[in-house]
Write a protein of this length. Structure first.
Length: 698
């Protein structure tokens, strides 16, 4: 028996982007483990990815091209050849491309984060057609925009220094479930004497292990940040030198936050004024002592109406206390902009036909947009959609509309997938894609600073093909003869990063493939001496860019769309706020069909506070109906004070077909968008909850 170790990388939508060692015996992957030499991974994988072979060799893997034979949504298909599949796709797309290419739409996101199997050959294809663009907003755009207005770039503290911080605030995230390797360093900091604070409406696994948990109301994070700034300024817990040298607009900020007293913040956030005072003093005094304080923001902060402003407000805090002076200080939301990705070479926007109109459709409003008729404002009706690296019928908001849209008989739908997901059930042509163990890729990350190489460990299963090869075949069938459509995956990977950028002067694809990973050349404390990416080069408390874009140029509070304070009439009918953060054993909708992981999660549950349960005569284990004007879904009651009063929590996101009622939490979420960045508002909604009627005997 021959055994080898192949260097690979986890492809999933997680900041950790782990370096993998794949054990291959006689052509079969037998184990996936963390690379012990990689400084971030340190040999440790999450439960999900440690079982990656279960996913790759899953008995339900799609292995052959198929075409639909039943109604859309029924999931009935028959096997066809690749030749027939590609010919059918080209036959359906050619007349649309000739008459109105904007009627063709890609739909993709982070099923893989790879720069090759993600948006390289695929975007070359859609650019060449002149298709509509997809605004990929569903995760991080609101916070990214708010952060960049303030700091100028999506870059922050390097987590490799976190263990040296003396105060760590985890704001709007649950790193035990979604940022494990950051959490490992947090635990080391805790052993070194650091204080840990979690800010989250829900007492998550992470919050339970912190010294303090501040359970504010959903959508009020920006108000809490304003209150912290108020106390820091009022009590002179400031680094005056850093403010004078490296910030813009302090006097205007001082005036703005003067009204945000701890008492006012407490009322808005549903917490105690003393919690605001104590948190501000913990944070400010850390700076006064010359110690590092770290704020790890996560995406829960931004999935509400004022999500962009919330991230902006929080991003102001380190500049007030001089926390950026320390390698273990400052804040991190994302490290994406540290990577000089060569997007132009990867995606070839120059292929877009000169003179054709352009249209961009927001992926977070896909339910409405696929149902729109042609109009001068919207443009042509969408006639074809190609879905890859995503499962919109499960993950997009207001799910009933999304399913209704994909059920259109006149919508030609192609889905590239590993499994027959909720979205795959609506495909006209269903194509089997390779998993990470079966193809070449290169990765940037958004949680650390390593360029990562993925080498294929095994041959593709069945007739599965990489995304790149599928789009090469379709391009050839469409008659596209540009040389870029013959680039190999290695050719594309070699273009991934701009070697003229100081961060990546050492990038070489052949070397990276052998090594597995290489760290960017970035300073340990990137903003210790200013050098922000804003127009002024400073942390901008006052942003002229925001003013030009029609936004408030100073930190502000933007109330949720749906809350008791902002919409009392709606709250009278639907009095409970709801959030749906990730379940520990799922990653978005990935891994839901892995039996061992689904067995651990059990079935869809709803956490509800004992007070809210008692007033509705709900007890542990009751089957519940959760509903609002947009829809409803069912879950099993877990009566617990992990959910604060007035809040219910449905850990997500389940495949609809694997839930008892064939629905999930996105039945009740809204297609309304955030204040900036056009992001979704998954955590900005009100619902009511009731016990389901007893089932009638058969």
């Amino acid at each position: 028996m021959s055994s080898t170790i192949v260097k690979a990388v986890c492809p999933h939508d997680c900041p950790d982007t782990c370096a993998l060692h794949v054990t291959v015996e006689d052509g079969v992957a037998t184990a996936v483990k963390g690379d012990p030499a990689h400084p971030t991974t340190a040999g440790v994988l999450c439960t999900k990815v440690s079982r990656y072979t279960e996913r790759t060799y899953h008995p339900d893997r799609l292995l052959y091209p198929q075409k639909r034979v039943g109604k859309k949504g029924e999931g009935k298909f028959v096997r066809i050849t690749w030749d027939e599949a590609i010919a059918t796709i080209a036959e359906r797309l050619k007349p649309l491309a000739a008459s109105n290419p904007l009627s063709i739409l890609p739909y993709s996101y982070a099923g893989t984060m790879g720069l090759v199997q993600g948006e390289s050959m695929a975007m070359r294809f859609f650019n060449k057609i002149g298709a509509s663009f997809l605004d990929r907003t569903i995760c991080a755009t609101a916070g990214g925009v708010g952060y960049k207005y303030t700091v100028g770039t999506r870059q922050g503290a390097d987590i490799e220094h976190t263990q040296n911080a003396r105060l760590i605030i985890m704001w709007g995230g649950n790193p035990i479930a979604s940022n494990l390797h950051f959490w490992m360093r947090v635990q080391e900091a805790k052993r070194n004497g650091a204080k840990l604070i979690a800010i989250d409406p829900y007492r998550s696994l992470t919050a339970e292990k912190c010294h303090q948990h501040i359970a504010l109301l959903p959508g009020t994070d920006s108000a809490l940040a304003l209150g912290l700034m108020h106390v820091l300024i009022r009590d002179d817990l400031l680094d005056h030198d850093y403010i004078a040298e490296h910030t813009l607009g302090f006097e205007e900020l001082r005036e703005r936050v003067a009204a945000w007293t701890p008492e006012r913040v407490a009322e808005v956030c549903g917490i105690r004024a003393g919690e605001v005072e104590q948190l501000a003093h913990d944070y400010g005094e850390c700076g006064k002592r010359g110690e590092a304080s770290m704020i790890r923001m996560n995406y829960g902060v931004q999935r509400v109406h004022g999500g962009g402003m919330a991230v902006r407000n929080i991003a102001c805090l380190p500049a007030l206390t001089g926390a950026w002076r320390h390698a273990a200080g400052g804040t991190q939301l994302s490290m994406s902009d540290a990577f000089p990705k060569n997007t132009t070479a990867l995606q070839r926007p120059d292929l877009f036909p000169e003179g054709l109109p352009r249209r961009t459709i927001n992926m977070s409003t896909i339910g409405d947009d696929l149902l729109r008729e042609a109009s001068p404002e919207f443009g042509p009706k969408v006639g074809a959609v190609i879905v890859y690296n995503s499962n919109p019928v499960a993950v997009a908001p207001e799910s009933s509309k999304v399913a209704q849209a994909f059920a259109r008989e006149d919508l030609f739908t192609v889905v590239l997938e590993h499994f027959q997901t909720d979205t795959a059930d609506y495909a006209d042509i269903l194509l089997p894609a390779t998993t990470q163990l079966e193809h070449t890729d290169i990765h940037s990350t958004y949680g650390h600073l390593y360029m990562m190489a993925n080498n294929p460990a095994i041959a593709p299963m069945g007739e599965a093909k990489p995304n790149t090869e599928i789009f090469r075949l379709i391009a050839r069938a469409m008659g596209f003869d540009d040389a870029c459509f013959t680039d190999s995956d290695d050719d594309i990977a070699a273009l991934a990063f701009n070697k003229n950028h100081a961060h990546a002067v050492h990038f070489d694809w052949s070397s990276l493939k052998k090594a597995g990973w290489a760290k960017l050349k970035v300073a340990d404390a990137p903003f210790a001496h200013g050098g922000f990416g804003t127009p002024s080069g400073k942390c901008e408390f006052y942003s002229e860019s925001m003013k030009r874009d029609g936004l408030d140029p100073l930190p502000a509070y933007i109330a949720p769309y749906e809350s008791l304070a902002s919409n009392a009439e709606l709250a009278a009918r639907y009095p409970l706020a709801m959030i749906s953060p990730p379940a520990r054993n799922f990653l978005n909708s990935t891994f839901v069909n892995v039996q061992s992981l689904r067995d651990t999660e059990g079935q869809p549950h709803l956490d509800i506070h004992p007070q809210d349960a008692a007033s509705r005569h709900i007890v542990q284990g009751d089957k519940l109906r959760i509903y609002n004007d947009r829809g409803s879904f069912e879950a099993i009651a877990r009566v617990t004070d992990k959910a604060r009063p007035g809040l219910v929590v449905g850990l997500s996101i389940w495949w609809k077909k694997l839930a008892g009622d064939h629905k999930n939490a996105n039945e009740v979420t809204s297609q309304r968008l955030t204040d900036m960045g056009g992001g979704p508002t998954f955590y900005d909604l009100l619902v009511e909850v009731e016990k389901c009627a007893p089932e009638s005997p058969a």
